[in-house]
Design a protein around this ligand. Sequence first.
Ligand SMILES: Nc1ncnc2c1ncn2[C@@H]1O[C@H](COP(=O)(O)OP(=O)(O)OP(=O)(O)O)[C@@H](O)[C@H]1O
Ligand SMILES: [Mg+2]
Length: 250
Amino acid sequence: MSDVTSTPTAGAPGRPVLTVSALRRAFPVAGGGSLDVLNGIDLEIRAGEIVAIIGQSGAGKSTLLHLMGLLDTPTAGEVCFEGRNVAYLTDRERARIRNRAIGFVFQMYYLIPELTALENVFLPAMIQRSVPGWFGARRKARARAAELLAAVGLSERATHRPAQLSGGESQRVALARALMHRPDVVLCDEPTGNLDPSTKEGIHELIIRLNRDEGQTFVLVTHDPSLTQLAHRVLEIGVDGRIQEQVRPA
Ligand SMILES: Nc1ncnc2c1ncn2[C@@H]1O[C@H](COP(=O)(O)OP(=O)(O)OP(=O)(O)O)[C@@H](O)[C@H]1O
Ligand SMILES: [Mg+2]
């Protein structure tokens, strides 16, 4: 259980933020049939938690994270955000949750090649702004993006474009971008997969600090034992497409 005592941005600590029930996801296979990846997943992520999701390559971790981030639609079962079944929301309401309440760090980064590191962090957050006040908002957004790049150790790379960044640097830009709009829940797919131990340590400290000081909830898909160490709970997806909480010594 979480020992976070600060007031989270998303309400009282321990309140369910994301709930998944009997979730299934199958993909059609060329030539007929289907690949059943998730076979009835139940889980609850509570406000202020850091939850790690582990499992073998191909077990369905990214698939589950995309469903939890409202980026994909399940074959069966439910995803509830703050108690509301997202299947019954309008596209606009779902987009609002994705853009305001959830931050997503993709396994493949998806940085925009034409933009600098700094622009990749702040411009996506500007897209939803209306024209009045755009320039003032832009100035503030740039300043916040610069702070976030500093927090992930990349001030020196602010003007680099993605092709001029290493894999680990791109990954940190993607993390800064996900944090830009101060999401209640941050979903990270392998956030430290390409990082050396000391850079990784910096990212761990950032996650702990944001969780403790801002009450941000983190779901971390990872193969990295040092990242599972900092989680309050560890869930494992098996090759059978089901999930189990790992029992750890107190
Ligand atoms: N769009 C898709 N169409 C068909 N099959 C897919 C699709 N997306 C994923 N899969 C398959 O679903 C399974 C789970 O994929 P997923 O990306 O969720 O695995 P993962 O646990 O994240 O693996 P890794 O640790 O390698 O990132 C894989 O066998 C993959 O080939
Ligand atoms: Mg994956």
